[in-house]
Design a protein around this ligand. Structure first.
Ligand code: GTP
Ligand code: MG
Length: 316
């Protein structure tokens, strides 16, 4: 008998061919870990293989899945390697614990023209700053789903930050994605680009608008959420693997169910709410002022601060 092949991908599992693996991926079961925790009947329902075959596939997935244990001391040491990117506003940096963190997803949600995209521009510049100036001396992968990337505006921010114009523009890789498929594939295939350009920040602006627009007539909220779930987890995978920061933007919808307080809710439901490490809510105030509220953070108390969007960029 031939020696058994090492199990690395879904296709390597017994009874799982290429077509079945594809089916699983489409349903959001993209990794061996995800298969390993399924019940046989669940895997059978999702993939169409029978329960006996499902049992064998799950056992193989479990065998191939390793769990790495680590002491809290180690975790603490690793967290010291975490990078932070300044937002340009000290008050905001303080609110979130020093800046936009690597290894994590930071979400900014708010109404149109509130400043979500402007913050994405500013971060794509600031990530390039040297570490002692609040950057990570890295490049930026900028996924532009709405066609709102403006190099002229970014150029102004580059000048104000004291970076060399041409060099800095060359370290921002812009990918325009007009469909959710392109948006997902860009992230799925980003590894090489990240390595080649030393990317330390991924911006996805906007994370949700294409999903919202495309799935409106399809009547399948479940499918949309599954795709969004897979997408956001792929972003987290890159954040972990390359110790990079992820900044995503999100729109809001009116929630007439809320009678008191601010009746706006971010799009994307629980999937995004759980996946984003830090959630920020931005809203307009007087003139160029914006109020930013820290809604969710793993280690900082909720709170608010005020920033400004000036001709030079984001400031206090
Ligand atoms: P949507 O993508 O429509 O949801 O909005 P957004 O939250 O991304 O808004 P965006 O970041 O595009 O903010 C737009 C606002 O930023 C404008 O209304 C201006 O107040 C400000 N702004 C945009 N460009 C400039 C600029 O070049 N100089 C200055 N001073 N302000 C700008
Ligand atoms: Mg925008």
């Amino acid at each position: 008998m031939a020696k058994e092949k090492a199990v690395r991908e879904l296709e390597d599992l017994p009874g799982i061919g290429e077509a079945t693996a594809e089916k699983l991926r489409t349903a959001g079961y993209t990794t061996l870990e995800k298969i390993a925790v399924l019940a046989p009947h669940e895997l059978s329902d999702i993939s169409g293989i029978n329960v006996e075959a499902a049992k064998k596939a799950i056992a193989a997935a479990k065998a191939a899945t390793t769990i790495e244990f680590e002491t809290a001391t180690n975790v603490s040491k690793r967290r010291k390697d975490l990078g932070k990117i300044t937002t340009g506003a000290k008050s905001l940096d303080e609110l979130i614990g020093g800046g936009i963190e690597t290894n994590a997803i930071t979400e900014m949600y708010g109404k149109f023209a509130s400043g979500k995209t402007q913050m994405g521009f500013q971060l794509s510049v600031n990530v390039q700053l040297p570490k002692d100036k609040g950057g990570l001396d890295g490049g930026c992968l900028y996924v532009d789903t709405e066609g709102t990337f403006r190099p002229e505006r970014v150029q102004n921010m580059i000048k104000s930050a004291g970076l060399k114009e041409e060099d800095a523009l060359n370290r921002i890789i812009v990918v325009r994605t007009p469909t959710t498929e392109k948006q997902i594939l860009t992230i799925e295939r980003a590894d090489k680009l990240i390595e080649d350009y030393g990317v330390k920040l991924i911006v996805v602006d906007s994370m949700t608008s294409l999903f919202r627009a495309e799935y409106i007539g399809r009547g399948s909220l479940g499918e949309r959420q599954q795709k969004l779930n897979m997408h956001v987890h792929q972003l987290q995978r890159l954040a972990d693997k390359y110790n990079l920061a992820v900044y995503i933007t999100n729109q809001v919808m009116d929630n007439p169910g809320i009678l008191f307080g601010d009746p706006t809710t971010p799009i994307g439901g629980n999937i995004l709410a759980h996946a984003a490490t830090t959630r920020l809510y931005i809203r307009k105030s007087k003139e160029d002022k914006r109020i930013i509220r820290l809604v969710d953070s793993p280690n900082m108390p909720d709170g608010e601060c005020v920033i400004r969007i000036t001709p030079k960029g984001i400031t206090d």
